[in-house]
Design a protein. Structure first.
Length: 132
């Protein structure tokens, strides 16, 4: 019985440690991302005709993507989205008609937002978005 209590106590401590650590990490990531504009490739366009994203993340969970889109002659297109950070993943939801973007293992290194980009749950590439 003593052994069971001991292992239960250890399990409880590990659960609390992991729970508090992940929340703190998400808050730190969130603070590093808001109020800035990040520029780079989020998987729009094609290899021969890439589209550059410039995403601004606001503190209310909303954002705007200023797409640099040259095929039809218009240099910029605004695309609003919802965003959030959960368990070290940045979720970018453009809504109906667009695949969900996830940047897993998201972190900020100096002036770069880095991580693995998944589009509709499929790995796209390791990306680095530059702070503008």
């Amino acid at each position: 019985m003593k052994m069971v209590k001991r292992y239960a106590g250890i399990l409880m401590m590990l659960t609390l440690l992991v729970g508090f650590t992940s929340c703190e990490d998400d808050e730190d990531i969130y603070d590093d991302l808001i109020g800035r504009t990040w520029v780079g490739d989020l998987g729009f366009g094609y290899d021969d005709d890439p589209i550059k994203s410039a995403i601004r993340l606001d503190g209310n969970g909303m954002g705007i993507d200023y797409l640099s889109y040259y095929r039809d002659g218009s240099p910029w297109r605004d695309l609003p989205f919802k965003w959030g950070v959960e368990y070290g993943t940045l979720f970018i939801d453009y809504g109906a008609g667009y695949d969900l973007r996830e940047i897993r293992g998201v972190h900020v290194e100096g002036r770069y937002l880095c991580g693995d980009l998944f589009i509709a749950g499929i790995y796209f590439d390791y990306i680095e978005l530059r702070m503008d």
